[in-house]
Design a protein around this ligand. Structure first.
Ligand SMILES: Cc1ncc(COP(=O)(O)O)c(C=O)c1O
Length: 313
């Protein structure tokens, strides 16, 4: 079923109807998969009548970093990116939970070494919480290695990178799993196709470090901060595949995934095989903060409608 993208989009800073949001079929984005993107979420708070975009500043900075690294020139100013996104949300009158996508792409009919012109597209999709957040998922280790940093940059959300993730995800689904965990070329745990991995062992949280060919995930950073606020030790380090089988709990996280319990890996139950107490406590803290049901971390929530000022308070 096609995803119901909201009817107004943003193209190069202008709000346009969905069916007029077009680029040429011979653009660099199509010929070479040349682009960088962001996936963000907006959370509707009924009580405050406000829509909060979560960690907008960090997403925009990562997009700008991605444009620089992938040599898309010129790199858009943060204010231009923010205005384009917020204008599109407002043009749609969105007052519900949404997923947002921004793509800076290589436009124009030029060859491989072109660096511009660069287009920008933003769109929104209404997206309620996935049932996987409550129920958890069964995951397989991929036979495809995570792409290595000296080939393609995993810490950049480059569109072309995602052919690696797609191959892994399709393989897992063919084999009856709900998700996939990729290993680095050296066989160490890396990340999911759209989420960063965490496990609980000996009462502490462990997650692959940023040199394990992962995206430097904004949700990962959020989870680490919330866990430490709960008094939990967090270790960012190299993780072996066989350590994961010994985990008492595991989950993965991302803007799109939010926090989803991982119940088994390769059909081996992790812990009790049910969502564990550490995962549940972090989910509660996470949803409180993204939905603005706490006064904590107001700097992470950008209000779209201006009902509550920048802070949730
Ligand atoms: C490969 C990959 N890893 C991790 C994540 C999580 O990143 P973030 O928390 O910044 O959304 C994403 C995107 O959501 C991703 O595409």
């Amino acid at each position: 079923m096609p995803v119901p993208t909201a009817k107004m989009m943003s193209l190069n800073g202008r709000v346009v109807p969905y069916d007029q949001c077009l680029l040429h079929a011979f653009s660099g984005a199509v010929k070479y998969g040349a682009g960088v993107f962001e996936g963000l979420r907006g959370y509707w708070n009924e009580e405050r009548q406000e829509l909060y975009v979560f960690r907008l500043a960090e997403h925009l900075e990562r997009l700008r970093y991605g444009m620089r690294v992938m040599r898309l020139e010129p790199v858009y100013e943060r204010a231009f990116l923010e205005d384009a996104l917020l204008a599109m949300i407002r043009a749609n009158g969105l007052r519900e939970n949404i997923h947002l996508r921004m793509i800076a792409f290589l436009d124009g009919d030029d060859e491989l070494a072109a660096t511009g012109p660069v287009g920008l597209v933003c769109g929104a999709v209404p997206r309620p919480r996935s049932k996987a957040v409550e129920e958890g998922v069964h995951v397989a280790v991929s036979t495809f290695a995570r792409l290595a940093d000296n080939a393609m940059p995993p810490r950049v959300k480059a569109t072309g990178n995602y052919l690696n993730n797609r191959a892994a995800e399709l393989e897992a689904r063919r084999n009856g799993y709900q998700g996939v965990l990729m290993l680095t070329e050296r066989g160490k745990v890396s990340e999911g196709s759209g989420a960063c991995f965490f496990m609980v062992r000996h009462g502490a949280l462990h997650t692959p470090d940023v040199a394990s060919d992962i995206l430097e995930s904004i949700t990962r950073d959020t989870v680490i901060a919330l866990a430490r606020e709960q008094g939990l030790a967090v270790h960012e380090r190299t993780i072996d595949r066989h350590e994961v089988y010994a985990a008492t709990e595991a989950f993965w996280c991302g803007s799109g995934y939010e926090i989803q319990p991982i119940l088994s890996l390769d059909r081996l139950a992790l812990g009790t095989g049910a969502p564990g107490p550490v995962t549940r406590a972090l989910q509660r803290a996470y949803f409180d903060v993204v939905e603005g049901r706490t006064e904590a971390h107001p700097e992470w929530r950008t209000p779209v409608w201006g009902n509550a000022g920048r802070a949730a308070a």
